[in-house]
Design a binder for this molecule. Sequence first.
Ligand code: 13P
Length: 255
Amino acid sequence: MSRKPIIVGNWKMHNDVAQTRQLLGDLHARLGGIAEVDVGVAPPFTSLMLASELLADNRILLSAQNVHYAEEGAFTGEISPKMLASIGVDMVIVGHSERRQFFAESDEMINLKIKAALSSGLMVIVCVGETLEEREAGRTMQRVGSQVRSALAGVDAADMRKVVLAYEPIWAIGTGRTATPAQAQAVHEALRKEVEQLFDEGVAGRLRIQYGGSVKPSNAASLLSEPDIDGALVGGASLNAEDFEQIVLAARPWI
Ligand code: 13P
């Protein structure tokens, strides 16, 4: 089954409003018309409104980096899925390892966020990944399998069309140490099997699974040529328009 590649830049806590304007202007010129690859950016909350205006007339998708699971309420400092949808945000990253690690997000909380975002019509990038210790102990699949099962518990098969999975080994994030294409492919293939067991072959076959962790122009093509790697979630390299463009171009299916 052929799946449309999806490359998303997770800006993390980088870029103020002026920097957002500049980077999006540059990305618009380079990638605004691209049709063969889904391209997205995930700026910080303070830049989303501006980004929504700047991206209104092109194909680049707009993602948030986090969301709360309630529609509204007494949750100081939080943003609801409905609020994101109201300013034209298309999708949201949920379960990033930095949120799990530094903000104590549990599997249960992540599951609530995913279901809430989907019911507001947002696409969701669901992140999973193992620590170095887990990998070395041979527990990678156990870890990411359980993250996927709890993340997708109670999600409707129909809503799975709006879900993208991102495999981000924690030891590869921001370290310059990338999983080899074979290591990543093995986990992606196993994740697809896990989703097939949870849903069915059709859902698993349609599901796009991104790799994330030190993706750069120099390693993107070899990762993206693996059969179960359908895209990339890019951190550091997405802050540079030229590097990000190179990674997107490496995802074009005819290359
Ligand atoms: P780096 O590309 O900087 O390693 O970050 C990966 C990541 O966490 C994307 O969400």
